[in-house]
Design a protein. Structure first.
Lengths: 184, 183
């Protein structure tokens, strides 16, 4: 049962409606999860702005998607994994790479260090192993990049947790299930 | 391994220096943890914008401080507990109140329900007990408030995790220990 429910553009508060138009244009449809955030125009618009600014920081599109994929897998958010698989493909990742990033088995050492640290941060609530932090810095990432990684993880928390509250119907091509992926 | 230190003024961008100046005049200090977010101008500006939007969201200042205390308790962030204990007291709570908010035992029914749900969302990574959601709506909170509550949890997740990773010095008086609460 949905706790919140998906709002149509007409049901959404006026301040959220331009975002429906913007996402319709940018993504080609209004994703169900964003149409759930829309109960709060501030949270909808604020979370999008948060992501947009972080995406202009030190981490590129593939690195950002590596964080979203690893953190969403850790939180068992299959909606978010499916969405970020599509976004990852848009940033030039292959489907095999997205699967590897979800399991921290990427052969790309930089992306693997990013995904491994992101997952550890989520699962440990911010107490990742020293080895995973060292591996991240050893790939040449800066302290600013670490702060931004935590920013992405925090933002992803909003996406994953709202999804869990609502069991949002997945309106993206379904990602492959991993043996470890829980339902939901 | 790089040890994290609070950046000096010279280590942050001119835009971040301007934010520090504003904090100094508004708060009388640049809290070490905000300064540490300032390693990244994009992380700091986007975080502050998200936070400032929520300051005008569904919850009063006291409710937001209650949520921040409850979430920081679950995530085990001593910096955030110290800072939000000070902020809670500035906004009308006693120190005993702050302990109740962290433990989910406030005598105020609305605050008790709010902090219990915030703690459960945090502890379960977004899958709180159904009863806690029912209690929340029974207190008159709306769907909009629930989305805003998750936004506050995400806000606090950033500072909780950043301090848990960096262990930069706590520049607020330490919060009292809460020995009775299960994490």
């Amino acid at each position: 049962m949905a706790t919140l429910g998906i709002l149509t553009r007409e049901q959404a508060p006026a301040a959220a409606q331009p975002t429906y138009d913007g996402l319709q244009k940018m993504v080609g449809f209004m994703p169900n999860l964003y149409a759930t955030f829309a109960h709060s125009a501030r949270a909808l618009n604020g979370s999008i702005a948060w992501a947009e600014t972080l995406r202009k920081g030190e981490l590129n599109g593939q690195e950002a998607e590596a964080i979203f994929l690893a953190a969403s897998e850790a939180n068992n958010c299959f909606y978010c994994v499916s969405a970020h698989t599509q976004m990852g493909l848009g940033f030039g990742l292959t489907e095999e790479q997205t699967l590897a990033l979800r399991q921290q088995t990427s052969t790309d050492p930089k992306l693997n260090a990013v995904a491994t640290l992101a997952r550890d941060v989520v699962e440990s609530r911010g107490f990742p192993s020293r080895a995973n932090i060292e591996a991240f810095f050893a790939q040449g990432y800066s302290k600013a990049a670490l702060v931004e990684l935590i920013g992405f993880v925090a933002l992803n928390t909003f996406n994953n947790y709202v999804e869990h509250l609502d069991g949002t119907p997945i309106d993206w091509p379904l990602a492959q299930r991993l043996p470890t992926t829980a339902e939901g | 391994m790089k040890t994290f230190q609070v950046p000096t003024r010279e280590q942050v961008s001119p835009a971040v220096q301007g934010i520090f100046d504003h904090m100094q005049s508004a708060m009388g200090m640049v809290p070490n943890l905000y300064a540490t977010v300032g390693y990244s101008e994009n992380a700091l500006t986007s975080y502050l914008a998200f936070q400032q939007a929520q300051a005008k969201g569904s919850f009063s200042t006291k409710e937001r401080e209650a949520v921040f205390l409850a979430v920081s308790q679950v995530n085990g962030c001593d910096y955030c507990l110290a800072a939000h204990t000070v902020l809670a007291k500035m906004n009308g709570f006693t120190e005993a109140d702050t302990l109740d908010l962290r433990a989910g035992t406030s005598a105020d029914a609305k605050l008790r329900v709010l902090t219990q749900l915030a703690a459960s969302i945090t502890a379960t990574h977004g899958r709180p007990e159904a009863q806690l959601l029912e209690n929340f709506f029974a207190q008159g909170y709306t769907e909009k408030a629930l989305v805003d509550l998750v936004a506050l949890v995400a806000d606090k997740t950033l500072t909780n995790y950043l301090h848990n990773i960096t262990h930069i010095p706590v520049d607020f008086p330490a919060a009292p220990a809460l020995s009775t609460v299960a994490a």
